[in-house]
Design a protein around this ligand. Structure first.
Ligand SMILES: CC(C)(COP(=O)(O)OP(=O)(O)OC[C@H]1O[C@@H](n2cnc3c(N)ncnc32)[C@H](O)[C@@H]1OP(=O)(O)O)[C@@H](O)C(=O)NCCC(=O)NCCS
Length: 171
C-alpha cells in the first residue's frame, strides 16, 4: 500500500519507493530533462536518490513525491519539498521534474501548487523558494505561476542560480 500525501483534480502525489526506479531512470537518463542539472544519473545513483528521499520523509516530514495521473496511475514525474542550504541559511525548496512526454499539460504547476499549499497550510512554513538556472525558462514559468518572485542570484553547486521565493503571509 503506497502512502498518498496529496491529491489534486488530475494528480496523486505519493511517497517514492524502490520500485519507482524505472520511472525515475526514464527522467534521469533524458538529457533534455537533465539539461540544467550536473549530469545524468545511472541506476545505482537513482537507487541512492530514492533512499535519500525516503530518509528525508523520516527526518523532515517532507521530501520529493512521485506524481501520478489520477485517472491512469501512470507516473508523470516528481515534485515536492526539499531542504537546501543557501548562503548559510536552511531553506525549503519546491522541486519539480517531469517526464518530457508530459510537459506542456499544466501538471507541474498543478502539482507544485498543491505542495505550496501543503507547506504553508499543513506544515505552517513561512517561506518557500525555488532555485532555478537563469536559462531554465520552463521552470521560471512554473515558479511565477506559483506566485513566486525573483529575489537574488546565488552560487550553489558551483553554478549561478536564481532564487525565486514566496511567503505564507502573502499566499
Ligand atoms: C520545469 C518543468 C517541470 C516544467 O514543465 P511544464 O510542462 O513546462 O510545466 P506545466 O506542466 O505546468 O505546463 C505549463 C504549460 O502547460 C500548458 N497547459 C496545457 N494544459 C494545461 C492545463 N490544463 N492547465 C494548466 N496549464 C496547461 C500551459 O499553458 C503552459 O504552457 P506554456 O509553457 O506554453 O505557457 C519541466 O520542464 C521539467 O521537468 N524540466 C526538467 C526538470 C527541471 O528543469 N526542473 C526544474 C529545476 S529548477
Amino acid at each position: 500500500m503506497k502512502n498518498i500525501i496529496l491529491t489534486t483534480d488530475r494528480l496523486v502525489l505519493r511517497e517514492m519507493y524502490r520500485d519507482d526506479v524505472e520511472s525515475l531512470l526514464e527522467m534521469f537518463q533524458d538529457p533534455d530533462v537533465m539539461r540544467y542539472y550536473s549530469g545524468l544519473k545511472n541506476r545505482e545513483e537513482t537507487i541512492k536518490w530514492i533512499e535519500w528521499t525516503r530518509e528525508n520523509y523520516g527526518k523532515y516530514g517532507v521530501g520529493l513525491w512521485i506524481v501520478e495521473e489520477k485517472s491512469t496511475g501512470v507516473c508523470l514525474g516528481q515534485c515536492g519539498l526539499v531542504l537546501q542550504k543557501v548562503e548559510g541559511n536552511m531553506e525549503v525548496e519546491i522541486g519539480y521534474l517531469f517526464m518530457k512526454r508530459y510537459w506542456g499539460k499544466g501538471f507541474a504547476v498543478e502539482a507544485a501548487q498543491a505542495c505550496k499549499t501543503y507547506w504553508f497550510q499543513k506544515m505552517k512554513g513561512d517561506r518557500l523558494i525555488s532555485l532555478i538556472d537563469p536559462l531554465n525558462d520552463r521552470s521560471v514559468k512554473v515558479a511565477k505561476g506559483l506566485g513566486m518572485n525573483y529575489e537574488k542570484r546565488v552560487t550553489k553547486w558551483e553554478k549561478e542560480l536564481d532564487v525565486y521565493a514566496c511567503y505564507r503571509k502573502y499566499a
